[in-house]
Write a protein that binds this ligand. Structure first.
Ligand code: HEM
Length: 523
């Protein structure tokens, strides 16, 4: 998933207006408080911060980030190196751009960087950070994470929800079969989004449609708000002005989603009002812990499960699962349609295993090594959260001779690491899954050349669920259908521009025409 504190930088004109506002009304305050903090001096006179571009007063380096911060930061890192200092408004930040340095941060010194920054909108939306993604490092976060892994994200729970994925995917295949028989062009971005949303909502909430409220619309608003650039997070003195109206919108969204979740929880507590639930969803599981300690074995911390915790946790998990798998599959299908050789090779692999008379099943996935390479290649070129979710240092530390202050914000440019020709050879920009043939690079956070799920304590706990969803949907779509771009469009014409926000989806929706290729009855 991914919440990105640092998203689209406002248009220069907005920046100019705000800058003027600051200069006119607030500059006296800054005169009393210098923008750059003085260096600590505990006896040593040499506490160098990492190198970085010179910041401007008040806005620091914010103006430099542009529309695609991951690309700008990649270019800046070639000048300043793999540990680079930035000033984002009043916030001290660091950008990590090499596997070696990422390993120092998330393996050698993982504990020091296990915190998350406090963000205004998230504070409102996650009930004062009672969820998981942006929750501060400590006993509460540990308890929630353990509970989520045990009750939702473990191998056995993922397996338990497999009929649900199968059912939703079956509906998608049927819709595509119809489009195939009438030779329609379909909006693949929308269809992939819908199937992932339905799977996520069903697993977590037990429903994907509810006429009483627009649950998906609310989730979209929440993800959008978290993804927006919020000046209040970088120039805290502006927080109370709510110049962009984000706090107001967050409060409104929080109230609406809170009421909806309250209703959904009520329905779960009084099952007669739900139409015969077929399976236990995550809310059922959390309710079975109600008023009990999250982790009965933790004798130091006793955090009791209450309604607010349930709402905050559920929201974070939906946010974590929603966009991530959708965006990965969307880029994957784009690259496969753009590269017919790779698509054919993947179809051949699946066909050799399952034949042409039946669909792929989840039990087949582990016997498909080329699919595994294709997914790694997608995540290398299109990491959903190009700068991961920001981390924050819990104490002062010196790394590679550079002094890093407590409360520094850390961004890891996994997008830049994934495209670095020194790591991936001169063809690093090319979609070429075979590069993983002769090595054992994995995506699970052990090999810092490829960390699309992050690594260490704050690494993604949903890796296995995410990979299962991505693999089964991709495999099914390429096995059941051949794909062509709309009439008159060649693979070179396919626009691969991204959009920066909470995640980096395609700017333009992916449109394509499916042809059913299995030898089963076409209904
Ligand atoms: C392809 C799918 C996915 C990708 C690429 C992905 C990626 C990520 C990334 C990059 C992070 C931040 C790691 C860091 O800051 O170091 C993260 C964190 C997280 N992800 Fe995922 N994710 C995916 C699927 C999921 C799923 C399915 C769930 C849950 C249902 C999930 C739940 C979370 C949570 C709760 C966190 C925050 C962990 C913490 O702060 O302790 N993710 N994910």
């Amino acid at each position: 998933m991914l919440p990105q504190a640092l998203a689209i930088v406002p248009a220069p004109i907005l920046l100019l207006v705000i800058f003027t506002f600051i200069i006119i009304f607030l500059s006296p305050l800054f005169v009393l408080k210098p923008a750059a903090k003085p260096q600590h001096n505990n006896g040593s006179s040499k506490k160098h911060p990492p190198p970085g571009p010179k910041p401007l007063p008040i806005i620091g380096n914010l103006h430099m980030l542009g529309k695609f911060p991951h690309r700008t930061l990649q270019a800046l890192a070639t000048k300043y190196g793999p540990i680079m200092s930035l000033k984002l408004g009043q916030v001290s930040a660091l950008v990590v751009s090499s596997p070696e340095v990422a390993q120092l941060f998330f393996k050698t010194h993982d504990l020091i960087f296990a915190n998350r920054p406090k963000l205004q909108v998230v504070e409102t939306l996650s009930y004062g950070r009672k969820g998981l993604v942006f929750t501060e490092y400590g006993g509460y976060w540990r308890n929630v994470r353990k509970l989520c892994i045990m009750q939702l994200l473990s191998a056995s729970k993922i397996e338990m929800f497999h009929p649900l994925r199968e059912k939703e995917l079956g509906l998608l295949v049927n819709a595509l079969k119809k489009a195939s028989s009438s030779r329609e062009v379909v909006d693949l971005s929308d269809l992939i989004g819908e199937v992932v949303e339905n799977i996520t909502c069903n697993i977590i909430l037990g429903c994907n449609k509810d006429d009483r409220f627009d649950i998906k619309g609310l989730i979209h608003e929440i993800l959008h708000l978290i993804g927006l650039f919020n000046l209040a997070d970088f120039v805290p003195i502006l927080a109370s002005f709510d110049l962009q109206g984000l706090k107001r919108r967050a409060k409104k969204a929080s109230k609406a989603i809170g009421e909806a979740l309250e209703q959904i929880i009520n329905d779960h507590e009084h099952p007669s009002s739900i139409e015969s639930p077929e399976h236990k969803d995550f809310i059922d599981i959390l309710l079975s812990y109600m008023n009990q300690p999250m982790d009965p074995h933790d004798h130091e911390e006793r955090h009791i499960v209450g309604r607010t915790n349930i709402k905050a946790i559920v929201l974070d998990l939906i946010a974590g699962a929603y966009d991530t798998s959708k965006v990965t599959i969307e880029w994957g299908m784009s690259e496969l349609i753009k590269n017919p050789r790779t698509l054919k090779k993947l179809q051949d692999e699946i066909e050799a295993l399952v034949g042409i008379h039946r669909q792929v099943e989840e039990k087949d996935l582990e016997k498909l090594p080329y699919l595994d390479m294709v997914v790694k290649e997608i995540l290398r070129l299109y990491p959903v959260a190009p700068l991961l979710v920001p981390h924050e240092s819990l104490e002062d530390v010196t790394i590679n001779g550079y002094f890093i202050e407590k409360n520094t914000r850390i961004m890891v440019n996994v997008w830049a690491i994934g495209r670095d020709p020194r790591i991936w050879s001169e063809n690093s920009a090319m979609f070429f899954p075979e590069r993983f043939e002769d090595n054992d690079v994995d995506v699970k956070g052990h090999d810092f050349r490829l960390i699309p799920f992050g690594s260490g304590r704050r690494g993604c706990p949903g890796i296995n669920m995410g990979l299962t969803t991505v693999k089964i949907i991709l495999a099914q779509m390429v096995h059941c259908f051949s794909w062509e771009l709309p009439l008159g469009m060649s693979p070179e014409d396919l626009d691969m521009t991204e959009e920066f926000g909470l995640s980096i989806p395609r700017r333009k929706h992916l449109l394509a025409s499916p042809t059913y290729r299995l030898h089963t009855k076409l209904d």
